[in-house]
Design a protein around this ligand. Structure first.
Ligand SMILES: Cc1cc2nc3c(=O)[nH]c(=O)nc-3n(C[C@H](O)[C@H](O)[C@H](O)COP(=O)(O)OP(=O)(O)OC[C@H]3O[C@@H](n4cnc5c(N)ncnc54)[C@H](O)[C@@H]3O)c2cc1C
Length: 283
């Protein structure tokens, strides 16, 4: 195994030019070291980017809030621009592991692992984030839903580095919420995780859920019902319909499919209910 310790984005891209499907980028190592330990991953090349300062930033731009892939959960929690322009990410970062993990775990690592149970990924879905990728061949940008393609699978090519994500400016009057359910209140992997953003009268709803399918997904059926002007009294029924249609939970070591469906329904009703108009006032 070849190990390259990169000190700049250029050095990382140069090393990644010869990367294969088996190669890995090492950031905080909180996912990758577990894979090394279990023998699940035996890379031919490891490019260490944990000391690349250029990947660790938060800046407000015309396109929105740009956050470097090397930003840690602790960085997200400390950042005033993140609190202003991507509060869902800060709420999610607070739920990742314990303080020790938050000090190492990066945004890029959470996104590229693409675990269905990841906490930052649903927040990125709800915020309509775009993912910026770089390689020696050039740069490209993908919507986060296009980037996460399946169970721990992404659209990233082996030679590409995730440089940053861009969160578009939040519309006025938007409601946002993040809710995670695990075995304990702290330090547990999610059984169900929800992040959502909703405009007045349900306009532009983006509702993302994790741990209820092989990948993070959006609840398109519920989003469409909200856009049509869903009354509060009809919410529970619409949620049950959407959860049945849009999710594909499984039984696994953490939970059962039945429990995940029931809890997702309850979380959605509880979180969305206060924002909906009663019958007669709904559009
Ligand atoms: C004890 C423990 C508790 C945890 N609890 C949670 C939790 O509650 N919620 C949660 O969501 N996660 C949790 N995790 C998982 C993990 O901490 C997160 O997914 C974390 O964000 C991964 O980031 P990292 O920097 O450590 O990634 P790494 O382990 O360094 O890398 C992860 C993957 O991303 C790739 N990668 C990293 N950076 C880049 C980049 N810039 N460009 C391209 N590819 C890249 C790597 O090649 C690798 O495939 C936990 C892990 C542990 C060990």
């Amino acid at each position: 195994m070849r190990v390259v310790v990169a000190r700049s984005i250029d050095a990382a891209l140069a090393a990644l030019a010869s990367a294969t499907e088996a190669s890995r980028i090492l950031a905080g190592g909180t996912d990758l070291c577990v894979e090394f330990e279990s023998g699940r991953t035996r890379p031919d090349l490891v490019v260490e980017v944990g000391r690349v300062a250029e990947l660790r930033f938060v800046r407000e731009t015309q396109a929105g809030l740009e956050i470097g892939a090397g930003s840690t959960c602790a960085d997200l929690l400390r950042s005033a621009p993140v609190a202003r322009g991507a509060d869902l990410l800060a709420l999610a970062a607070r739920e990742v592991g314990a303080v020790q993990i938050q000090n190492r775990a990066t945004l890029g690592g959470n996104l590229v692992t693409a675990s269905p149970a990841a906490d930052l990924v649903p927040a990125l879905f709800a915020l309509g984030a775009r993912v910026r990728l770089a390689s020696l061949a050039g740069r490209r940008e993908l919507l986060v839903e296009e980037f996460v393609t399946g169970y721990r699978a992404t659209a990233r090519r082996p030679d590409e580095l995730v440089e940053s994500v861009v969160i578009p400016p939040r519309p006025a009057g938007e409601h946002r919420a993040f809710h995670k359910v695990g075995t304990r209140r702290a330090q547990s992997i999610s059984k169900v995780v929800v992040a959502l953003a909703l405009g007045p009268r349900g306009a532009g709803a983006r509702i993302a859920a994790g741990s209820v399918a092989e990948r993070t997904l959006r609840l398109a059926t519920l989003e469409a019902a909200l856009a049509r002007g869903l009354a509060r009294e009809r919410l529970a029924q619409a949620v049950a319909h959407a959860v049945a249609l849009d999710t594909r939970p499984r039984d696994d070591v953490r939970s059962t499919a039945r429990y995940r469906r029931a809890v997702l329904e309850r979380v959605l009703v509880r979180v969305l209910g206060p924002w909906l108009e009663p019958e007669g006032n709904a559009a």
